[in-house]
Design a protein around this ligand. Structure first.
Ligand code: ATP
Ligand code: MG
Length: 161
């Protein structure tokens, strides 16, 4: 289906943003304004975002959660979800996309959750032919970078005329 990715991301951040306000976090959204309609599974995209943004908010005590959408070229987009939260220990990073994997027992008790979110995200990103990478620093924050090959409407129109 053809979807408006900018609108989708705005809606998700708005929904999740209420929780952020409660915690006194700032939400920064920087989206490629003139992105054309893209061909993607809207429901999958929404789930990917919601999970990443919810994590960013849940695992951040103060500062900012930021979401960026950039167009890399005619058929590739990049999405960044970043926070200034508690971070993830280096040695745990390879495992966070595994089902039921949760970092540290004490942390799990404090924050709740089942450890499924990122496994679902990884699977959905794979299904869409995308990539996801994470970098993190304890006490400073976490950054997820996603790239998707994506068909955009104006390019398709140009091809045919
Ligand atoms: P669920 O998403 O199923 O409710 P969850 O958030 O614990 O539970 P995941 O989303 O899969 O599970 O995340 C796995 C673990 O990675 C989390 O338990 C958390 O410790 C860590 N984590 C995920 N995102 C972040 C983040 N933005 N900052 C710090 N730690 C994170
Ligand atoms: Mg989660």
């Amino acid at each position: 289906e053809w979807i408006d990715l900018v609108e989708l991301i705005e809606n998700v951040t708005l929904k999740a943003g209420l929780k952020a306000k409660e915690k006194g976090l700032e939400i920064e959204v920087s989206l490629e304004r003139d992105l054309p309609m893209v061909y993607a599974d809207g429901l999958r995209m929404e789930q990917i975002f919601l999970n990443l943004v919810e994590n960013a908010i849940r695992y951040t005590e103060k500062g900012t959660v930021s979401v960026q959408l950039k167009r890399l070229n005619a058929n590739e987009i990049k999405i960044i979800v970043e926070d200034t939260g508690i971070g993830i220990p280096k040695q745990e990073l390879p495992y966070i996309f595994e089902r039921f994997y949760r970092v540290e027992k004490s942390r799990s008790r404090q924050y709740g959750g089942t450890g499924l979110g990122l496994a679902i995200v990884k699977r959905l990103v794979d299904l869409q032919g995308g990539t996801i990478e994470v970098t993190s620093e304890i006490g400073r924050g976490t950054r997820f970078v996603l790239c998707f090959p994506i068909q955009m409407k104006e390019e398709r129109r140009n091809e045919t005329d």
